[in-house]
Design a protein around this ligand. Structure first.
Ligand SMILES: C[S@@+](CC[C@H](N)C(=O)[O-])C[C@H]1O[C@@H](n2cnc3c(N)ncnc32)[C@H](O)[C@@H]1O
Length: 212
């Protein structure tokens, strides 16, 4: 049997396990956990959803020390196995569910969340070969890099509570601008971009809100 060499990193005090079949957790993404945790401090009671969770570290750190229920979603079976192991190691106060599947297939119609964290693949297909160490399903976002990001926005439109928020990771300011433009022309989605933070060449985080 192939040994994929399990590795561990510290992520804000959580010990996170992964191997080379999944995307290596990137230290800068701790900013997404901390920003989500800040938003959760001001949010009413209710569950949190993480889309494209990978091995689960961003969402697990966001809810650490709180009893918030958390649902982690990823398409990849290996990522879900590690998310399960990382959940056990994190010993969260609230319940954590891990759902394997596409973001647009794993939620019940009635499910609602106070906050959604999303980290979709955002690399345009034509340039994924520049990242040979990363699994294709973790980085390939389709022709313009936005294929899964749009699906995450649709999930937010359908499953956020009033005054809820989506904190989504994208690759570039141009991709964030595309989100702003689409939401401005789709009032039926009931979402608007309220803040963008840039992290150099690593990526951007976009705070999308559902006004109450
Ligand atoms: C950029 S990686 C992020 C993983 C993790 N959040 C991290 O920081 O390491 C994107 C993740 O999305 C998952 N994914 C890709 N397409 C998906 C889809 N349509 N539905 C659910 N998950 C998907 C991949 O398996 C991968 O784990």
């Amino acid at each position: 049997m192939t040994n994929h060499g399990t590795q561990h990193i510290d992520f804000g005090g959580l010990t996170v396990e992964f191997d080379d079949r999944v995307l290596r957790p990137r230290p800068w993404t701790i900013a997404q956990s901390y920003w989500a945790a800040d938003l959760l401090r001001a949010a009413p009671a209710g569950p949190v959803l993480e889309l494209c969770a990978g091995v689960g570290h961003i969402g697990l750190l966001a809810v650490a020390g709180t009893p918030r229920p958390l649902v982690l979603v990823d398409l990849d079976a290996t990522a879900c196995d590690f998310a399960r192991a990382n959940t056990e190691a994190a010993r969260p106060e609230g319940p954590v569910q891990i759902r394997r599947g596409r973001v647009d297939t794993v939620l019940g119609d009635e499910e609602r969340f106070v906050g959604i964290i999303a980290d979709p693949p955002w690399v345009p297909s034509a340039v994924t070969r520049q990242f040979p160490d990363d699994p294709l399903t973790a980085i390939d976002g389709g022709p313009d890099g936005m294929h899964v990001a749009w699906a995450c926005l649709e999930v937010a439109a359908g499953h956020l509570l009033d005054q809820g928020w989506l904190l989504i990771q994208l690759g570039t300011v141009e991709q964030a601008d595309a989100v702003q433009e689409r939401l401005a022309t789709a009032p039926e989605m009931g979402l608007k971009v309220v803040e963008l933070r840039e992290y150099g060449t690593n990526g951007v985080l976009v705070h999308v809100a559902r006004p109450g």
